[in-house]
Design a protein around this ligand. Structure first.
Ligand SMILES: [Zn+2]
Length: 405
């Protein structure tokens, strides 16, 4: 497509796959980051299904083969200039004001030693000057294999007997060994949060849930990392704090131990009755039933499926560029709308808010702005914690999970 940036696959090279966990954020004169873990995966490398817009806004990474000068693979990442996501009990979502380091896990092609990733931060700059917006490059060095001390227990649901299934690893944090039954109940609530969404029901066979009880010396968490296996803590001591942070390096070690070279996603269940959680490399959730029902699946929309937020609550972050994520658009023409093939003929775009629910169009108000950002449907789990995913997000989820069915 003219004006579109298509990666050069370079000379044909055999690629395997790797899962990378990265911490990145503002630092130095741009932004900076470090790799927390690299896990080699069995199976084919991920496919490129992401075209970089002409004026990209947000963060994305490029993968370079050892001899390759041009990137061979692109993938969108959450923008580190945004603060933490905060979900309210009524289903609305906002962003906290301050930006900070964030973590993400993603699959990339692995071309052997010397494979590098470059992380870039765009702000609508033209591609020929995109380095001004910030970039850094890291070499991928796989983890040494480790043997786990604690064994994960399969849960006999969904794709538990499907060898292609992606492992969904439910990890206990801040539960003592005497609290195993409490963890089991929370893990059950967690699975029911998925089962309650009609859009996910046909895909659950692509997921094999397992649970991992890491016995903790301390029960529960505070705003300081205590004597618990994964270092979970509330971000602040405020009574209404909702963000729970974990040590993603420790989570990554457990995922390596449980999954080996199998594809996997971690969900950390934190022993606290308070409403809270966070998204990043892993999805983190407390034992509060509303956190399970609302926040958890939304956060996996980010961490497992690479979806953008579709809510418009202001964050103080503005950009004119085109969001790199698949379910939000900047100003468009009918020919350039990312999900134009899903818009029924005769549907007006931009689409007025009074269309029947879930009719696909382009509704103004998305990704932290009320204006000039468009979302595919009036409601979606990426906008409202009480809604199911919209058809555009469902298509992204299906693409990711269908190879695992
Ligand atoms: Zn959506």
């Amino acid at each position: 497509m003219p004006g579109q940036y298509v990666p050069d696959p370079g000379p044909p090279e055999q690629a395997d796959a790797a899962s990378v966990t990265l911490s990145y954020g503002p630092g130095g004169d741009g932004f900076t980051g470090k790799i927390l873990s690299v896990r080699l995966l069995d199976g084919p490398p991920p496919l490129i299904d992401f075209d970089l817009p002409v004026e990209p806004a947000g963060a994305w990474l490029e993968v370079h083969a050892p001899q390759g000068r041009e990137p061979a693979f692109l993938f969108p990442l959450p923008d580190p200039r945004l603060g933490h996501e905060v979900g309210a009990e009524d289903g609305t979502l906002t962003r906290s004001a301050e930006a900070g380091p964030r973590t993400a896990s993603f699959e990339v092609p692995w071309y052997g030693p010397g494979t590098r990733i470059t992380l870039r931060l765009g702000d609508g700059d033209r591609l020929d000057s995109r380095s001004r917006a910030g970039a850094f490059t890291l070499e991928l060095i796989p983890n040494e294999g480790e043997r786990g001390q604690h064994r994960a227990v399969p849960i006999a649901r969904w794709g538990h007997d499907n060898p292609r299934a992606l492992l969904l690893i439910l990890i206990a944090e801040a539960f003592t060994s005497a609290e195993a039954a409490k963890f089991d109940a929370a893990a059950d609530d967690c699975l029911r949060a998925f089962e309650s969404l009609p859009s996910l029901q046909p895909l659950l066979r692509a997921l094999a849930p397992v649970k991992l009880l890491l016995p903790s010396k301390a029960s529960g968490i505070s705003h300081k990392a205590g004597n618990t296996p994964l270092g979970a803590r509330w971000r602040s001591a405020a009574a209404d704090e909702r963000v729970i942070l974990v040590d993603e390096r420790k989570v990554g070690r457990q995922v390596s131990n449980v999954a080996g070279r199998r594809r996997a996603q971690a969900i950390v269940i934190v022993n606290s009755p308070r409403y809270g959680g966070s998204g990043g490399a892993s999805a983190v959730v407390s034992c509060d039933p509303q956190s399970m029902q609302g926040v958890l699946v939304h956060e996996l929309g980010h961490s497992l499926f690479g979806l953008a937020d579709e809510y418009s609550a202001a964050s103080g972050y503005e950009s004119d560029g085109e969001p790199v994520l698949p379910n939000v658009s900047g100003p468009f023409t009918p020919a350039t709308l990312k999900w134009g093939d899903l818009v029924a003929p005769g549907t007006p775009v931009p689409t007025p808010a009074d269309q029947p629910d879930h009719k696909v169009g382009a509704y103004e108000g998305a990704m932290y702005s009320d204006h000039l950002r468009y979302r595919p449907a009036f409601s979606c789990r990426m906008r409202d914690l009480n809604a199911d995913f919209c058809p555009v997000c469902v298509r992204v989820i299906e693409r990711k999970l269908t190879p695992h069915l």
